[in-house]
Design a protein around this ligand. Structure first.
Ligand code: SAM
Length: 215
C-alpha cells in the first residue's frame, strides 16, 4: 500500500479502469447526475482532485452553464496513465485540461486560484491524514465564494445496501474506510471555512456534497 493512497497504475488504470467502473455502477450516468446537482454560476478555472480518467470533469463540461468559454480544468492524480486518459477525454469536448502528477494534499498552486474544486470517488482511495490535509489545501486554493464539490462513497442509506457494501465498511476494510462511513467531511470542512450547502445521495451509497468557501 502506498502511503498517499491507492494509485491506479498498470492494468487497473486508463481505459480498463473506465470499463470496470461502468460495470460497478460508476459509469457516465452517475457523473452526469452529480454534475447536474452542482449549483453555481459559470466558472473559468476548475481543479479535479484524484481526477483519474476525468469522468467527472467531462460530465461537468457537458453540463450546460458550468464551464465558461475560456474555461480550463486542472487535474491532479498520482497516476500518469490516468492523467493521460483524462486529458484525452476532456479535450475531446473542447476544454483545455492541464495534468499535474502530484498528490492532492500537496497542491502546486497559489492561494485563491480556483472557482471550483471537485473530487469524485478519490477521497476514499487516500489515507486519513491525506484527506485532512487535502481539505486544508482545497480551502487555500479556492477563491472566496468558490465551491468544493465532494462525491464519494458513504454509509449506504438502507440496511440491504449496507450489507452489499460491507466489504468496503470499516468493519471489513478497516480504519481507512471510517471517514467515509461516518461522513466526517462536513465537520472537517467547516473548520476550514467551507460551509455545507448541499448534501444528497447520488445513488444508494454515493453522496454528493457542495461546500462554499465563506472566508
Ligand atoms: C477510484 S479512482 C477515481 C477517479 C476519478 N475521480 C473518477 O471518479 O473516476 C481514484 C483515483 O485517485 C488517485 N489517487 C489516489 N491517491 C491519490 C492522491 N494522494 N493524490 C492524487 N490522486 C490520488 C488514483 O490514482 C485514482 O486515479
Amino acid at each position: 500500500m502506498i502511503t498517499k493512497g491507492n494509485v491506479f497504475d498498470g492494468f487497473l488504470s486508463g481505459k480498463m479502469y473506465d470499463r470496470l467502473a461502468g460495470i460497478f455502477g460508476f459509469g457516465p450516468s452517475l457523473y452526469k447526475k452529480a454534475a447536474e446537482l452542482i449549483v453555481i454560476e459559470q466558472v473559468q478555472v476548475i481543479l479535479d482532485l484524484g481526477c483519474g480518467t476525468g469522468s467527472f470533469s467531462a460530465a461537468i463540461v457537458d453540463t450546460a452553464n458550468i464551464v465558461g468559454t475560456t474555461g480550463e480544468i486542472h487535474g491532479v492524480d498520482l497516476s500518469k496513465k490516468q492523467l493521460d486518459i483524462a486529458k484525452e477525454k476532456v479535450e475531446a469536448k473542447g476544454v483545455q485540461f492541464v495534468p499535474h502528477l502530484c498528490s492532492m494534499d500537496e497542491l502546486p498552486f497559489s492561494s485563491s486560484t480556483f472557482d471550483l474544486v471537485i473530487s469524485s470517488l478519490a477521497f476514499h482511495a487516500t489515507n486519513p491524514s491525506v484527506r485532512r490535509m487535502t481539505i486544508k489545501e482545497t480551502a487555500r486554493v479556492l477563491k472566496r465564494n468558490g465551491s468544493f464539490v465532494l462525491v464519494d462513497m458513504t454509509r449506504p442509506k438502507t440496511i440491504f445496501t449496507r450489507l452489499l457494501y460491507l466489504p468496503f465498511s470499516p468493519i471489513v476494510y478497516g480504519e481507512s474506510a471510517r471517514d467515509n462511513w461516518n461522513n466526517v467531511f462536513p465537520e472537517l470542512c467547516e473548520n476550514e471555512h467551507l460551509a455545507l450547502k448541499t448534501d444528497k445521495f447520488v445513488n444508494s451509497f454515493v453522496r454528493f456534497q457542495q461546500y462554499v468557501k465563506t472566508k
